[in-house]
Design a binder for this molecule. Structure first.
Ligand SMILES: [Cu+2]
Length: 136
């Protein structure tokens, strides 16, 4: 009877020791789970979208003049020239050339680089305009 009780105590002690050992193992497993936070990084790879947010800035050609004569935009914006005159015009600059813009027609150009772009009409060189592109 007494000997059986001692065996019980020993077994109980062994059981508790195993229990503690299991707890320690769970702790280690928990540490292994932490690196799962890293897969968050691929989400930031969706960033290259700013070009879609560019605005379209209107320039009207009328009475043989660009109106407004000077526009200030951000890199990634588009300028759209629309000819409201009854004669052909163009918007010809250092990095863009509309060719002939017939009456009622328009021409668009997307400016990606900051800088000051002076342009004129290739048919009427005295018609001058400026596009100032700021860094985005
Ligand atoms: Cu012109």
């Amino acid at each position: 009877m007494r000997k059986g009780f001692m065996v019980f105590i020993v077994l109980l002690g062994a059981f508790l020791a195993i229990g503690c050992a299991d707890t320690a193992d769970e702790g280690e497993v928990g540490e292994e789970v932490t690196p799962v936070e890293t897969p968050v990084t691929p989400v930031s790879a969706v960033t290259p979208q700013p070009l879609d947010e560019g605005e379209i800035v209107e320039v009207t050609i009328e009475d043989s003049a660009f109106n407004p004569q000077s526009v200030e935009i951000s890199a990634g914006d588009t300028v759209r020239w629309t000819n409201r005159d009854s004669v052909d015009h163009s918007a010809t600059g250092p990095t863009f050339n509309s060719g002939i813009i017939a009456p009622g027609q328009s021409f668009e150009f997307l400016f990606t680089d900051a800088g000051t772009y002076n342009y004129n009409c290739s048919i009427h060189p005295s018609m001058e305009g400026t596009v100032v592109v700021r860094e985005e």
